[in-house]
Design a protein around this ligand. Structure first.
Ligand code: ADP
Ligand code: NI
Length: 216
């Protein structure tokens, strides 16, 4: 199978996996991450097929929607990739990226990141920032029936991974606990550059939010 055929087959598989997904993690998120990954990859090195397959398969079974199961996504991706009869080295590389990617799994102590992981992780993080990131955050908060903002509940950017997973804090807190921290976590210089504008937009948005909140 050539590159385009492999990607097309993967697109069809991922669309099917995500047909009932909520809007923050749906097919359109995957499409945006793939587009971001292609933009970053054009300026960095790395194996294009590994990058594109990992971007497409990185959220097929998010642990948040599968009872905290972090292994389901990588396992399904492995089964699918074996059905395409890809070389074992590519399958392993893609599975490893999917396992290592989530913010929840943490960067701390992670072994050396391959350039392919760095690119897909940056592409995914970009989609959590800027105008789209704001839309996704409030969508997620609504989906979980969270408050928009509550001045009595302060953000905790230092919280542990377990506390972060369990948190039911207002959505505005998520900006201070995660979204505004992302700009310093980018791996590639291209990702970092693209993140700058999205970060500034979120800061402007929050200024406006609090100015409206405080003036009524
Ligand atoms: P995680 O990195 O914790 O797995 P994701 O990256 O899968 O989270 O999050 C997907 C989208 O949902 C992102 O846009 C993210 O900002 C949003 N999201 C995740 N957790 C929250 C939350 N507690 N409040 C608001 N939005 C959230
Ligand atoms: Ni994602």
């Amino acid at each position: 199978m050539d590159h385009d055929e492999l990607i097309l087959k993967t697109v069809l598989y991922v669309k099917d996996c995500l047909k009932d997904a909520e809007a923050g993690h749906d097919w359109w998120h995957i499409m945006r991450v793939l587009a971001n990954a292609r933009i970053i990859a054009a300026e960095e090195s790395g194996d294009q097929l590994t990058i594109e397959l990992a971007a497409l398969l990185h959220d097929i079974a998010d642990r948040k929607f599968h009872h905290g199961d972090e292994e389901l996504g990588p396992r399904l991706a492995g089964d699918f990739l074996r059905s395409l009869q890809l070389p074992v080295s590519i399958i392993q590389a893609v599975i490893q990226i999917i396992q290592q990617m989530s913010f929840g799994s943490g960067d701390r102590g992670m072994a050396v990141k391959t350039i392919e992981l760095q690119i897909v992780q940056d592409a995914d993080r970009l989609d959590a920032m800027g105008a789209i990131g704001i839309a996704r955050a409030f969508h997620y908060g609504g989906y979980k029936n969270r408050a928009i903002y509550d001045p009595a509940i302060l953000p905790d950017p230092e919280q542990t991974k377990e506390a972060y997973k369990k948190s039911s804090a207002p959505t505005i807190n998520h900006f201070y606990e995660k979204l505004l921290l992302l700009k310093d976590l980018f791996n590639t210089s291209t990702g970092k550059r693209l993140a700058g504008k999205r970060h500034e937009f979120m800061e402007t948005y929050l200024q406006e939010f609090f100015s409206e909140w405080n003036t009524g």
